[in-house]
Design a protein around this ligand. Structure first.
Ligand code: NDP
Length: 375
């Protein structure tokens, strides 16, 4: 939530940074999509060609987008659903907004923390459903296109689809956990989240599958097995063909990336919901002046953001099936590292404001931020 009282400290480089990101994010996404389908697939070179305006506009594509959003909105509004309580706002009931008066900055970050019409929460709706499920559908369409082109999808394509399906399935399965994320608690609903959730996620997160469609990558079983071990799969008995992939997924239920990611997120969510839950009751904690305690053992005693570490290891596993001949499939890993380093710094700043001395004590006790003994 934004600090109250005097001027709130501006994030993302203030209005200038926000203006640059407003242009840079759509341009980068556009560039990546053009480059992924070009022969050389050069991440840093100029785009191979610029499509004509008519190529970019299609009433059918617009209709498809609107239908997709409409379908997701209808599902979101279905009465048969669980209703979860969000985090208590800092001022207990009132929402507060800083008057910094810069239209570019406000447009980028969003002035409204919880924009709603009746029970339809725009930010919460956009966070998971249209973009994340859209990402999986785009991946699936690319897999089917590859099957059409080459007779059957490649092992690399199966892996990328399987890993990312696991990630999205996990996010939807743990949907309630979104309520304790920075996006929901702290960030307004502006360009950053709207563009990020609806355009950036489905189109740039599917970059590996797009790359594989135009640049097939032979991948042997031993290497595929190692990559599965890095990503981590818990899909016991999942129905993903072909059978050897299924066996890989089942053989490594405790593999690295997903294991750390899910373990850390679940541990904190369980602790925040009910600190006396037997699964977290034995963990060591320190108290803070707010009455909330901080975990200092378990995953959160290893580094201050173990969930980011797991996420980054999975990001590496998503790129590896694309081989090492191009930098492009590693764009997600590079971008995500920068995003999480920046996000971690923002969260530290907010936790310092919330917990003061207790946060300093936590930092002394757990000195590393994301990667043990390195960062
Ligand atoms: P986190 O889940 O990391 O939550 C941070 C909050 O956790 C802090 O503000 C603090 O809030 C609480 N906390 C911090 N340390 C402790 C501790 N020691 N004990 C107890 N509570 C603690 O926030 P994010 O929203 O950044 O990330 C959520 C997940 O989403 C992560 O797994 C991340 O990797 C993923 N993510 C994925 C993205 C993608 O594009 N794929 C983008 C961004 C995030 P408080 O004390 O108030 O509870």
């Amino acid at each position: 939530m934004v600090p109250q009282g005097s001027r709130a400290e501006l994030e993302f480089g203030g209005p200038l940074g926000a203006a640059a990101l407003l242009l840079l994010l759509p341009a980068t996404m556009f560039h990546l999509l053009l480059v992924a389908r070009s022969g050389p697939a050069r991440l840093l070179g100029p785009p191979p060609y610029l499509p004509e305006l008519e190529e970019l506009w299609s009433p059918w594509a617009l209709l498809l987008c609107l239908t997709w959003l409409g379908l997701q909105a209808a599902l979101y509004l279905l009465p048969a659903r669980k209703v979860a309580e969000g985090q208590e706002l800092k001022d207990k009931s009132r929402l507060s907004y800083p008057i910094n008066g810069n239209p570019i900055y406000d447009f980028f970050l969003g002035r409204e923390l919880n924009p709603r019409i009746c029970s339809f929460d725009f930010k919460y709706f956009c966070e998971l459903r249209p973009g994340l499920i859209g990402w999986v559908l785009i991946n699936l369409a690319l897999l089917m296109q590859e099957a059409e082109l080459r007779g059957s999808p490649s092992l690399a394509m199966w892996l990328v689809n399987g890993f990312q399906l696991l990630y999205v399935g996990d996010a939807l399965w743990h949907e309630e956990a979104v309520l304790t994320t920075m996006d929901i608690i702290h960030d307004g609903f502006g360009f950053m989240l709207a563009f990020g959730d609806l355009a950036w996620v489905p189109f740039t997160y599917s970059l590996q599958a797009q790359f594989l469609l135009y640049h097939p990558e032979p991948l042997g079983l031993p290497l595929a097995s190692v990559i599965c071990l890095i990503n981590g799969q818990s899909g016991r008995g999942s129905a993903l063909p072909p059978p050897f992939i299924r066996s890989l997924f089942i053989q490594h239920p405790l593999a690295v990336g997903y294991y750390i990611f899910r373990g850390a997120n679940s541990q904190k969510n369980t602790f925040r919901k009910n600190p006396s839950d037997p699964r977290v009751a034995d963990l060591e904690t320190i108290s803070t002046a707010t009455g909330r305690r901080l975990l200092v053992s378990g995953w959160w005693g290893m580094v201050r953001h173990p969930n980011y570490l797991g996420d980054l290891i999975m990001a590496l596993a998503w790129s590896l099936p694309c081989g090492v001949s191009h930098l492009l499939p590693y764009f997600y890993l590079l971008y995500f590292t920068a995003l999480l380093v920046h996000r971690e710094a923002r969260d530290e700043q907010q936790c310092l404001q919330k917990y003061g001395l207790a946060w300093h004590a936590y930092c002394r006790r757990v000195p590393y931020r994301i990667v043990p003994y390195i960062y």
